[in-house]
Write a protein that binds this ligand. Sequence first.
Ligand SMILES: Nc1ncnc2c1ncn2[C@@H]1O[C@H](COP(=O)(O)OP(=O)(O)OP(=O)(O)O)[C@@H](O)[C@H]1O
Ligand SMILES: [Mg+2]
Length: 353
Amino acid sequence: MQSTQTLLSVKSLKKHFPLPKKSLFSRHRPYLRAVEGISLDIQKGETFGLVGESGCGKSTFGRTLLQLYKPTSGSVIYRGKEGEEVDITALKGKELRALRRELQIIFQDPYSSLNPRMTVGQIIEEGVAAHKFYKKGSPQMQVYLTEIMQKCGLQPYMLNRYPHQFSGGQRQRVCIARALAVKPKFVVCDECVSALDLSVQSQILNLLNDLKEREGLTYLFISHDLSVVRYISQRLAVMYLGKIVEMGEAEQVFSNPLHPYTVALISAIPSMQAGKEGKPPQKILLSGNMPSAANPPKGCPFHARCFMAQECCQRIPAPLKEVKTGHFVSCHFAEIPTEEKREIAFKKGKAKT
Ligand SMILES: Nc1ncnc2c1ncn2[C@@H]1O[C@H](COP(=O)(O)OP(=O)(O)OP(=O)(O)O)[C@@H](O)[C@H]1O
Ligand SMILES: [Mg+2]
């Protein structure tokens, strides 16, 4: 049963991009399967992290979720005003535009997502006026913009400046101000601190956390950086080749990763490398690259790189199953404890101290 706290419920979401035909006469059109059947619930007020290596489909998932890309199939149930449920994949035109205000996105590169010819005031004002909160140029608008700037740690005089006159961290604050000015309920933060220095990263993460508490927001926080996701999320999902391979409470997944891919990813975080019971820390090495989403392997998508792989992994896909309450893993050997998996990797020469 769905909890009353669920804000978004994603069911079997797919996004396939058409590729050019290999030859004029070939019957089948090839597709790149960027998102391959993702189901998950995002709870009101939480930060849900999404991690995975470059190209695994994180941004495509975020954009398809918000209907910035039309899904190939699947549904996204949004529980908006008064708990009313809407499948936003079925909305069009006016209805979708009305919901856009509630569902916002902050992109990785604040420079290319800000119009260089507009002042920051004009940039933030645009959405506010489009959603008819206040009229452009009105005194109420001016007061509102000043308030938003201050909330996001920017000085009101900066409203008359252009994006190039800001530092990277300040530009990211402008993007946050623009997204929050329209009073959203849900924000996808797509690699929104990845381009910043570590110290600026933590300022922006703290700002996002403060704003979430104050404004009652819910985030989908996308990043390839596990330490960042660990810091900010309550729950998270690990994505590989368009699918979720592990999902659960952030602390649970970090202390007890059960998918071999997650075990390897976590072993590579410097701060997580402290060896248990006096054992030296081990970093598990993954050989090869992620396979192509245009031609995904049969069976488990991770089998070719996996230190646990057996013959069955090449043939049979492992469904995402609940191993412990709220902890989902898609691996035929999900029940084997983390420590045992690490030892297997080490014995097979896949781990180094
Ligand atoms: N508009 C598009 N048209 C065609 N293919 C696309 C499009 N957007 C993404 N892809 C492909 O879909 C796959 C997933 O890309 P996506 O950008 O979602 O990955 P990502 O996990 O966000 O990667 P990164 O960490 O580098 O941002 C990639 O193979 C990419 O080339
Ligand atoms: Mg991306």
